[in-house]
Design a protein around this ligand. Structure first.
Ligand code: 5GP
Length: 189
């Protein structure tokens, strides 16, 4: 059977990756979302095994040592990683797999799996990103300020991606995202 397409999606915190990907996944039953592992504390609305697999630092480091992750990175003082077995299994089943990961992780994937498609979601402007992040009630002012600072660094690296989509409206972005996936799948036929 033909292997599925590996899709990496990055973008600064608050750009709307979660909302866009939820819609894309709903429209594509053949697409699977890879749930990451993190050492970050769960937010009030997050569920173990749905948003993330929440681990202690010790458990996380054990997984790295055992070579159980495809990539990992430290983001905002917490560790994040993509579990290897799940992604490989789904790709072999012919499913397309989406990784929602940061720029450091995306570059590791590009190195290891050059056939992956890298998509960057950018905000229409920095002011709009700030407005969206501040509207997220679940985080403290310190965390939001830190994320805004780091957004500059992420935005500066968007040219390392195969595609950049400016997330003006969710529906337009979803359409563009799906068009890219279709085009890339066609190329590989
Ligand atoms: P958050 O804490 O807001 O859920 O995520 C913070 C950042 O970590 C986001 O940029 C997100 O894309 C990134 N991230 C989430 N999971 C992973 C992962 O498995 N690997 C890497 N490298 N980054 C991740």
């Amino acid at each position: 059977m033909k292997k599925g397409l590996l899709i990496v999606c990055s973008g600064p915190s608050g750009v709307g990756k979660g909302t866009v990907l939820a819609k894309v996944l709903k429209k594509n039953p053949n697409m699977q979302y890879s749930i990451s592992i993190t050492t970050r504390e769960p937010r009030s609305d997050e569920v173990e095994g749905i948003n993330y697999f929440f681990k202690s630092k010790v458990e996380f480091l054990k997984m790295i040592d055992a070579d159980e992750v495809l990539e990992y990175a430290e983001v905002f003082d917490n560790f994040y990683a993509t579990p290897k077995a799940y992604v490989e299994e789904k790709l072999h089943e012919g499913k397309d797999v989406v990784l929602e990961i940061d720029v450091q992780g995306a570059m590791q994937i590009k190195e290891k799996m050059p056939e992956a498609v890298l998509i960057f979601l950018a905000p229409p402007s920095f002011e709009e990103l700030e407005r969206r992040l501040r509207g997220r009630a679940s985080e403290s002012i310190e965390v939001i300020s830190r994320r805004l600072q780091d957004a500059h660094g992420e935005l500066a690296q968007q040219d390392k991606y195969d595609y950049v989509i400016v997330n003006k409206t969710v529906d337009e972005t979803v359409k563009e995202f799906m068009a890219i996936v279709e085009k890339e799948k066609e190329k590989r036929k």
